[in-house]
Write a protein that binds this ligand. Structure first.
Ligand SMILES: [Zn+2]
Length: 277
């Protein structure tokens, strides 16, 4: 999840009253993100990716984007009467900076929506009805929509066919990191699939891989060496194998394609699990 910080000195006090609940807020922000993509396509006259986050800035009253060292933070959005100033961590990989920038644009969409919620609806206005965690997730979701617009990304995926190599190609075309691209593939693929990220696990009595930071399946999975994952980890090739996994309460041997990315301590293996093959 994107790590960012926000400050503001002024909030708009105008108000109309949409039906407010967290699911509605999510739907509206995502719809606004898709409208923003349409606006950009109109403006530039082409829907050819990549959609760089900076291209959306002029459409969102962002007066300046500064790239500076922000320590552990991904981005900072400073709100003022004259618009937004966005600060992005220059120390991060360009693809991560692109996503951070899009995430902050997501905050501007959320801001706009919250500013239209009536004053009497204090719970929502103050934002307490949406947890900070939910807000961050929502802005990540909006960022994915901006950088990988559903219908366009879906078309590219369909033409390329579902594979771990296709995810890599899409990551290059849309200028988004492999993990973020993989999540989008999982969401938009016509063929059902699941992405699993594996991290290396080395202890005195055991070496292998553990499943890292996935929402589903929630269970902790450990794969001891030797394995197809190790083979992928030690090469730069994709490796096909069958693996016994429990996914959505279905336990069976799934066909998976695995490939390693990143270097040294940041190296990880991404597996694409074909749920119906
Ligand atoms: Zn944020």
């Amino acid at each position: 999840m994107n790590l960012c910080f926000h400050s503001w000195d002024e909030r708009k006090e105008d108000s109309v009253s949409p039906q407010v609940n967290t699911e509605n807020i999510k739907q509206i922000v995502i719809r606004r993100a898709t409208e923003l993509v349409d606006e950009l396509i109109q403006l530039r006259g082409t829907d050819t990716p990549p959609f760089l986050a900076e291209e959306f800035a002029p459409l969102r009253n962002i007066s300046k984007i500064e790239r500076i060292d922000l320590g552990d933070l991904d981005g900072v959005l400073v709100r003022s009467r004259d618009g937004y100033v966005m600060k992005i961590n220059a120390k991060h990989h360009p693809l991560r900076q692109n996503f951070s920038c899009a995430h902050e644009i997501g905050h501007t969409l959320l801001d706009e929506l919250l500013s239209h919620i009536p004053l009497e609806d204090n719970e929502y206005r103050g934002g307490s009805a949406i947890s900070k965690r939910d807000k961050e997730r929502l802005c990540d979701r909006a960022a994915a929509e901006l950088l990988m617009p559903g219908h366009i990304f879906g078309d590219y995926l369909h033409k390329l066919k579902l594979s771990i190599e296709s995810i890599e190609v899409l990551s290059n075309i849309f200028k988004v990191s492999m993990p973020a691209t993989a999540i989008r593939v999982q969401e938009l693929s016509k063929e059902r699939c699941r992405i699993i990220t594996w991290k290396r696990w080395i202890r005195s009595k055991s070496e292998g891989f553990f499943q890292y930071k996935t929402k589903q399946p929630a269970c902790y999975t450990y794969v001891r060496d030797p394995s197809a994952l190790l083979k992928a980890y030690q090469s730069n090739e994709s490796v096909r194998s069958y693996k016994l996994l429990e996914i959505d309460k279905v336990s069976k041997r799934y066909l998976i394609e695995s490939k390693a990315f990143g270097n040294s301590e940041n190296r990880y293996v991404l597996s694409l699990v074909f749920l119906d093959r």
